[in-house]
Design a protein around this ligand. Structure first.
Ligand SMILES: Nc1ncnc2c1ncn2[C@@H]1O[C@H](COP(=O)(O)OP(=O)(O)O)[C@@H](O)[C@H]1O
Ligand SMILES: [Mg+2]
Length: 292
């Protein structure tokens, strides 16, 4: 009998999810449930997980696609599945909290001796000014849970910093201040699935742009990870507790540094850059996890 794959994702299906569903259908019986339409019921000593009254805990694999907007509800659903450890999934609920918090990610990676840029967390304008007085420019200012390069700002010097602080409302939320790792406007995107790297690319930022994200105009090109980059990628995935995730790495003069772990990575750019059917690889990975 075909294994059952449950995919929970935002209702407005992202291209990535669509690609994965299409490939998964070749291996699984796929049930797609919009995150917000899943209901949780605590009754007796159980948490029921349902979509339109259909029990979702008969899945053989659960693939959550939780984006930042749905992080809280997504967390609740993945947490409910944590009560069903027999259903394999790429990560437990705790990983959502880590991955949607760039500061926590950095702190956890660094505690596992994975190289990361020097990073500060600040809440007030005064906090940012205090840091600005002792840090070397340029720096990156990041919002905690942005993605696609949105919420990441390159700040060249003290002057630019002052005008950013004044002109922006970023301090309504916490901001992360990070040492800028000198690089030619490139980063590495490594997609880990279990003990394999199923795709990797170098992203080259658009002219004049410091962020290499595809969404910020970056261009993906073929890249084969060095042994060191591969090791750091596996260690990073393990540190945040994700079996399936994408690691963003910058190669500075002191070696590779990890800037982000993505548990909801887009795959279209990677598919184009590698010529590999990444969606198929993900479906195959999930299928392989079922029989365990
Ligand atoms: N500390 C840094 N030094 C140099 N470049 C950086 C640094 N942090 C981020 N970048 C660049 O900005 C991009 C976006 O940063 P990232 O933290 O991955 O946020 P996002 O979630 O928006 O992708 C990275 O892919 C990289 O090109
Ligand atoms: Mg990134």
């Amino acid at each position: 009998m075909a294994k059952k794959l449950l995919i929970a994702a935002p209702k407005n299906l992202a291209g990535t999810t669509r690609l994965i569903i299409d490939e998964a259908k070749k291996l699984f019986k796929v049930h797609y449930a919009p995150i917000k339409d899943i209901t949780l019921t605590v009754s007796g000593n159980k948490t029921k997980i349902e979509h339109n009254f259909r029990d979702l805990t008969d899945a053989d694999y659960f693939l959550p696609k939780v984006d930042a907007y749905r992080a809280y509800y997504g967390y609740q659903i993945v947490r409910a599945f944590d009560f069903y450890p027999e259903i394999p999934k790429p990560y437990s609920a705790g990983t959502i909290q880590i991955a949607h918090d760039k500061f926590l990610t950095t702190a956890i990676l660094s505690s596992k001796k994975i190289p990361v840029p020097k990073t500060y967390l600040v809440k007030t304008k005064r906090g940012i000014r205090n840091i600005a007085s002792k840090i070397n420019f340029p720096i990156m200012i990041k919002l905690m849970n942005g993605s696609g390069g949105m919420g990441v700002m390159y700040v060249e010097n003290q002057e630019a910093m002052s005008s950013i602080i004044e002109s922006m409302n970023i301090l309504k939320q916490e901001a992360l201040v990070q040492e800028y790792i000198q690089n030619p406007g490139e980063d590495l995107r490594i997609l880990v699935a279990g003990d394999e790297i199923i795709g990797s690319m170098k992203r080259i930022a658009a002219p004049g742009e410091k962020r290499a994200n595809i969404k910020a105009g970056g261009k993906g090109v073929k890249y084969v990870p060095t042994k060191e980059v591969a090791e750091i990628s596996f260690k990073s995935a393990q540190a945040v507790g994700a079996k399936l995730c994408a690691i963003d790495i910058i190669e500075g003069k002191d070696g590779p540094k990890v800037v982000e772990v993505n548990i909801n990575p887009g795959i279209r750019g990677l598919t184009a850059a590698t010529g590999i059917n990444i969606a198929k690889k993900i479906a195959e990975y999930a299928h392989g996890e079922c029989s365990r």
